[in-house]
Structure formats: structure tokens, C-alpha cells
Ligand binder design. Structure first.
Ligand code: AHR
Length: 502
């Protein structure tokens, strides 16, 4: 059997993991909201129309933050359409997705849903068709206690106390040609700066995320970051990164190495932020918000057909990727990368949450967890605390886009409750690997379980009919010798090795 080693020390500290690393995203898109989290006609919904069965699956993910209302949608959205009596709200064309938006679910409804889910709201303002004026107004509406036109309107609309939204995105993917109101880096950087100043004048306690490039491979990548930050560095708190991964050519070894691309993306954007900070002699270190990340490609062709056949329809089945076991493995790898970079990445949103490129799917009858639900749940449940850098020795391979890929990838988190959790991906296609963990720096430990996600069929999926094809099991088998613990990790597996300190 192939062998690998992992050494961990309490002094190999990366950072305290910001709980906002375990966030997600819900856009007014497809069946994410209507027929997803919200369905007033369903017997499964509460008096607010929130699907309680969906909420139960969401709550298990323990999401610290949920980004809303878009996405591309936000660049043509008037936030005022989403408040007040729902029967008076306008129906609008959503130009981003060629659908029709009824606005029956809006700002107050989302804040109530997020409260039920136990999550903080991360709200994106429209910097596509709108600007500083609309943005400062919504901050006043949401966060000002009262005694002004917008805050009093909120109170009239049923929220006596402020909605208290602390985290805001300054637009969405403003570099993209698909974006309504796309801007040059200079135009966007100026607008972001002026909008940031206005929003923070209303509420200085808020934090703001400026748009980085919409993908690592955008032709303007790098130049975009430098120019945008040249304009707004001192008035924003985070820069965004977005990335979606695909296995279009069915090349599994290459696909499973794609978290290394995420790693390079994070390192490069960190350097770009530091270059601008250095040039400005700034004392401030800009952190990162990876506020859209996931696997996305399965539904691409179907989406074109759906839009061609049902243009301007409502709640269409868009971006409904059905995730297989291989996708779950990469999602595990991406979570490892986020944890390993938690000194710089403070916010991350799995895009998205329900029905649209999502870990949770719904039908009228019920809901179920896709394969990718599981690694996210494990990271959210066991990844809170201080991230430690594991030293790993493992067999290596090369693939189409990557050289020297370690077959074993890992991240480790020491919890404040005395737990030590190690997340391990075995990317090897054929080889089970015996992993020996040297944990002597932690003194006496109790091994509390090995959570394993594995399936013999890499294309296995969960569906409404078979929701438990790909689910984790807990193993208790291991060898221990003098604070060296050995585990057999099956070829193609996601693993969480759990310990508590004695
Ligand atoms: O998450 C789907 C879309 O991907 C979002 O609307 C957009 O921001 C990104 O391009």
C-alpha cells in the first residue's frame, strides 16, 4: 500500500479561522428562492412562506453568512422594489437571467429567513445601473434607528428595530462583459470609492467588499485589481474573488487538483492587494472575500435550452447542476485550500445554496442533500478554531494542468473546545494510502472517529429517489503507536480524522 505522512504542531499556526469562511449565497435566480427556500403554497412552509424542511437542511450547515440578492441579478435590481406590501411591489424583467421577477420575496423576507437560519446577511448593492445614492439609501433604510425618511419607512414596513446588515458587497463582477453596467477598472474603482464613503457616512460600523476580477482567467485579471484598489483601497475592507471549477473533458486527476488553482489565485490576489498597500504606504492589510466558489458545469447546456424555450418565465429550473461523488471530492479540496489560507480569506460563500448550483435540492414533495453538501457540512462543523499548517509527505502525480500534485491534501483545525480535526483528501485514482499522522506535539489524544465519504462509482449522485447514495460513514479503525496514528484512506476519498485532547 502507498504511504504518506503528516506532521502537525500547535506552533504551525496559520490563523484563527473567521467563522464567515462558512458562508453561502442565494440569488434571485431560477428556483433558489421561489420554489426553493420560499413557497407560500407549500404545506411544508411556515406562515412566512419559508420551507421548513429546506430550512432544517440549511441549519445543519451552520452558515455564518449568506450573500444576497445576487449575483448578476443585482446589477439591474432596484432594492426599493423589494419592500412594502407585497401586492404593491412591481414585477420586473430580470435582464441578467432573462426571467421575470415578481418581488414577492424581498429584503424583509430575506432578513427573517436569515434569522431563522441563524445566519448573518451579506447584502450586495447595485453598482451596475445605480450608484452611491441608492446604496446610501438602503444602508439608511436597513441600519439607521429612525427619524429619517428611509429608516421611518422601514419602521412603517414592520421592522421597528434596524435590520442590522453589517457586511455589504459593492456591486457584483463589474469587470464582466455579461454584467449589466459593466465598467472599466478605473470607472468601477472610482464608483466603489465614492459609494463606500457614502455608505460608511450613514453607518461607520459596516464592512465593505470591493469587486475583484470575476475569474482568475479574465483577460483583465491583475490590472483590474491594481487599478480598482488604486482608487478605493482605504475605503473598503475586502476584495472579492470568484471561481467555478469544471470537469468538461472528464479528466479526473486534473479536476481533483483544481484546488491548487484556487490556491494560486488566492496567493496572487493577496500579492496584488499588498502591492497597492505598499505603494500607498498604507498601514492597512486588505483581506479577501471568496464570495462565490463551487463546481459549475453540468447544467450549462440545459440552461441555454430552458432560456430559449421559456424566456421571461418565472422560477425556471436554471443552473440545476446534479453533483456527483467526484464533485464532492473537489469541494472538499477547495475547503482545504480555504482553511489553509484563512490568514487572508476571511469570508467565503459556497455558491449557491438551494436548487441553483447548490448543495440542497427541492421538489414540491421534499428536499435532499447533494453530494457536495457533506464536505461543506464537515468543514463548517469541525473547521472552527485555529487553522494549523500540516507538513505532508505523499506520493505525487502530474496532470494536464498541474505538475507535482500531492495525492494527499490536508488542512487541520484546533478547536477551542479541545478538539483537533484533520481534513484529508485522497486524490489518488487507484491507491488506498496509509496515512501516518505524527501528533506528538499535542500530548495525549483521544481518537473520536474517522468520517469517510467514499463511493465506488465516481459518478454516483444523490437524487429525490435515492437521496442517500453518497453519504458519509464513521469508521473507528486505526493504528496508534507513540502518538503516531495511522489510517487507511481509500483511493478517492474525503476524510475527517477527529481527536480530542485529554
Ligand atoms: O452564481 C451564478 C452567477 O455566477 C452569479 O450570478 C454571478 O455573480 C456569477 O457569474
Amino acid at each position: 500500500m502507498e504511504q504518506a505522512n503528516l506532521i502537525l504542531d500547535k506552533d504551525y499556526v496559520i490563523a484563527r479561522v473567521d467563522e464567515r469562511l462558512f458562508g453561502s449565497f442565494i440569488e434571485h435566480l431560477g428556483r433558489a428562492i421561489y420554489g426553493g427556500i420560499y413557497d407560500p403554497d407549500s404545506p411544508k412552509s411556515d406562515a412566512n412562506g419559508n420551507r421548513q424542511d429546506v430550512l432544517e437542511l440549511v441549519k445543519k450547515l451552520n452558515l455564518s453568512v449568506v450573500r444576497y440578492p445576487g449575483g448578476n441579478f443585482v446589477s439591474g435590481f432596484n432594492w426599493e422594489d423589494s419592500i412594502g406590501p407585497s401586492e404593491l411591489r412591481p414585477t420586473r424583467l430580470d435582464l441578467a437571467w432573462s426571467t421575470t421577477e415578481p418581488n414577492t420575496f424581498g429584503l424583509h423576507e430575506f432578513c427573517e429567513w436569515a434569522r431563522q437560519a441563524g445566519s448573518q446577511v451579506m447584502y450586495a448593492v447595485n453598482l451596475g445601473t445605480r450608484g452611491a445614492d441608492a446604496a446610501r439609501n438602503i444602508v439608511e433604510y436597513a441600519n439607521h434607528p429612525g427619524g429619517s425618511a428611509w429608516s421611518d419607512l422601514r419602521r412603517k414596513n414592520g421592522a421597528e428595530r434596524p435590520l442590522g446588515i453589517k457586511l455589504w458587497c459593492l456591486g457584483n463582477e463589474m469587470d464582466g462583459p455579461w454584467q449589466i453596467g459593466q465598467k472599466t477598472a478605473y470607472e468601477y474603482g472610482r464608483l466603489a470609492n465614492e459609494t463606500a464613503k457614502a455608505m460608511k457616512s450613514v453607518d461607520p460600523s459596516i464592512e465593505l467588499v470591493a469587486c475583484g476580477s470575476s475569474a482568475y482567467d479574465m483577460p483583465t485579471f491583475g490590472a483590474w485589481e491594481l487599478e480598482v484598489l488604486e482608487q478605493c483601497y482605504e475605503n473598503v475592507d475586502y476584495l472579492s474573488l470568484h471561481s467555478y471549477y469544471a470537469n468538461r473533458d472528464d479528466d479526473l486527476p486534473n479536476f481533483l487538483a483544481k484546488n491548487l488553482d484556487m490556491e494560486a489565485f488566492i496567493e496572487t490576489v493577496s500579492s496584488l492587494c499588498d502591492a497597492v498597500g505598499g505603494k500607498k504606504h498604507s498601514k492597512k492589510k486588505l483581506n479577501l472575500s471568496f464570495d462565490e466558489w463551487n463546481v459549475w458545469y453540468h447544467s450549462n447546456e440545459q440552461d441555454q435550452q430552458v432560456i430559449a424555450q421559456s424566456r421571461w418565465g418565472q422560477a425556471l429550473p436554471l443552473l440545476e447542476d446534479v453533483y456527483n461523488f467526484g464533485d464532492a471530492l473537489l469541494v472538499g479540496g477547495l475547503l482545504i485550500t480555504l482553511l489553509r489560507n484563512s490568514d487572508r480569506v476571511k469570508i467565503a460563500c459556497l455558491a449557491q445554496l438551494v436548487n441553483v448550483i447548490a448543495p440542497i435540492m427541492t421538489s414540491k414533495r421534499g428536499c435532499w442533500a447533494q453530494t457536495i453538501y457533506w464536505p461543506f457540512l464537515h468543514a463548517s462543523q469541525y473547521g472552527r478554531g485555529t487553522a494549523l499548517r500540516p507538513m505532508i509527505r505523499a506520493p505525487r502525480y502530474s496532470s494536464k494542468d498541474f505538475d507535482d500534485v500531492p495525492a494527499i491534501d490536508a488542512a487541520a483545525v484546533e478547536g477551542e473546545d479541545g478538539t483537533l480535526n484533520i481534513f484529508v483528501l485522497n486524490r489518488s485514482i487507484d491507491d488506498d494510502i496509509k496515512l501516518t499522522c505524527d501528533l506528538r506535539a499535542f500530548g495525549k489524544l483521544d481518537f473520536t472517529g474517522h468520517i469517510l465519504l467514499h463511493h465506488d462509482n465516481i459518478k454516483a449522485i444523490n437524487s429525490e429517489q435515492q437521496p442517500e447514495q453518497v453519504i458519509p460513514v464513521v469508521r473507528h479503525g486505526f493504528d496508534a503507536d507513540n502518538a503516531e496514528y495511522s489510517f487507511v484512506l481509500p483511493a478517492l476519498s474525503w476524510n475527517v480524522l477527529k481527536f480530542t485532547k485529554k
